[in-house]
Design a protein around this ligand. Sequence first.
Ligand SMILES: C[S@@+](CC[C@H](N)C(=O)[O-])C[C@H]1O[C@@H](n2cnc3c(N)ncnc32)[C@H](O)[C@@H]1O
Length: 182
Amino acid sequence: MAPQGSIRLISMCAGQGRDVIEVLERHDRALDVRALLVELDVQLAEDARQRARRAALGNVHVRVADAFITSAYRDAVPADILLACGVFGNISDSDIHATIASLPSLLARNATVIWTRHRRDPDLTPTVREWFGEFGFEEVAFDTEEGVLFSVGTHRLIRDPQTFDPNQKLFTFFGDGAGAHQ
Ligand SMILES: C[S@@+](CC[C@H](N)C(=O)[O-])C[C@H]1O[C@@H](n2cnc3c(N)ncnc32)[C@H](O)[C@@H]1O
């Protein structure tokens, strides 16, 4: 459970933001959460904005921006929770590694990262989990089901955060995102 007070949340490549908004709209701490959803697609971002408005979540902000550069998150760091959902299936392995390496500069002490990735052959998730360890995270959970290719990882930062650099490049997104959840 997060300590009392405000909780900063970042969602990279947020889409319609349903994984944030649909949780917050029935969560006791919803009004403590200041969320920044970064999404490149104007229409999806507008959908997210309307959902947040309908749910009376005035602290959910949606930014139309390219999530690849850390400046996109400038006013939302250091985050207590960061979502990288539907991202790691759409960027290169080396960009996944580079993104995980950069996360401590976007995060507060003890922050939690929730990420997703398919497990299609060759399953990269064991390596991704090792990379989180390499960059100062401990694994809280790794959830998947037999016969399902989708997986969700949860990692907590256990080393000191790093200084925020607004000019750091994280990844190049390829594809239309469709493969990320299979
Ligand atoms: C697979 S979807 C994931 C959406 C959401 N995070 C989820 O898990 O349901 C990938 C999203 O990334 C967005 N996207 C693609 N390239 C992006 C970029 N460079 N910056 C920000 N968003 C991007 C797409 O428009 C799409 O909404």
